[in-house]
Ligand binder design. Structure first.
Ligand code: AMP
Length: 283
């Protein structure tokens, strides 16, 4: 496994692979890798000859009061895991390499509307930071396919939209949500959950599941179902950011005749913000 710090050197290596006709897969991450990230690498390996994983804690997608400085950085452990799974290349650039002109001067990529709801409503500028850095990384790696996890459902929808709107020649592959045994979605931020909170945090997943069970049984009073989920989470002692039941494709509020529905939620523990979602296809 080779580790690259510079755009030019990874481009040179990938140029040789591309000329040799190799299919290139890409898994962008912010590091602190857990088994979900590794599963995404395995998904890319199924259809690609060369898999690149990037590790970059992108400052452009963090708000001023968010946890960029606290975000866990575990490069040595990350590269060990990637080596073990047989990842080919790691791209680990500095902030200077990605934003040589500074963040304020950086050209931005903005997907309108979809970024103003759900996580975008409470994290202004977040998705603009994501689409900007993902565009840059796509231009650097020029992958045939890129794998993203469904855990970040809105991120995946926004990236699909960006790729479609800007005619980017990349296949976007969705990986499933990988969870702990009790249903908690794996996340780098789970390390911020205290031992006392840990048994309770599954309430986020359970409340979304409860809402979908009611929808499957025929209920369509989505606003009421959202309020019930919020109440369940609050009863467990957590502050709710949002619970929304949406059309899975557009992320607009679900309508009575929608067949693809996703319940999405975000809540705060003492020192983490956790997100989750569950999708339902009605036939
Ligand atoms: P991050 O390092 O948090 O930016 O995540 C990098 C990629 O891993 C993104 O595509 C995430 O959606 C994905 N990911 C993180 N946690 C999970 C999970 N529990 N299940 C599936 N994908 C995940």
């Amino acid at each position: 496994m080779q580790v690259f710090h510079h755009i030019q050197s990874i481009r040179e290596a990938l140029g040789v692979d591309r000329l040799a006709g190799k299919r290139i897969g890409f898994v962008p991450t912010m590091g602190n890798l857990h088994s979900a990230h590794i599963e995404l690498v395995k998904i890319a390996q199924q259809s690609c000859d060369i898999v690149v994983c990037s590790i970059f804690v992108n400052p452009l997608q963090f708000g001023l009061n968010e946890d960029w400085d606290k975000y866990p950085r575990t490069f040595d452990a990350d590269t060990n895991k990637l080596r073990e799974v047989g990842c080919d290349y790691v791209f680990y650039p500095s902030e200077q390499e990605i934003y040589p002109n500074g963040m304020a001067e950086q050209t931005r990529v903005v997907v309108p509307t979809m970024i103003d709801v759900l996580c975008g409503a409470s994290r202004p500028g977040h998705f603009e930071g994501v689409t900007t850095v993902v565009s840059k990384l796509f231009n650097i790696v020029q992958p045939d396919e890129a794998v993203f996890g469904l855990k970040d459902f809105q991120q995946l929808a926004v990236i699909r939209r960006m790729v479609e709107d800007l005619c980017m020649p990349v296949d976007i592959i969705a990986g499933p949500i990988f969870r702990a045994e009790d249903g908690l979605a794996l996340s780098s931020r789970n390390g911020f959950i205290t031992a006392a909170e840990r048994p309770q945090v599954t309430v986020l997943n359970q409340s979304l599941q409860q809402a979908l069970t009611h929808i499957e049984a025929g209920r369509r009073d989505f606003a009421e179902l959202e309020l019930e989920a919020v109440a369940t989470i609050e009863q467990a002692g957590f502050k709710v950011d949002y619970v929304n039941i949406c059309n899975s494709r557009t992320l607009t509020p679900a309508a009575d005749d929608d067949t693809d529905i996703t319940a999405l939620g975000a809540m705060y523990t003492e020192s983490a913000r956790l997100i989750d979602n569950i999708s339902l296809e009605l036939t």
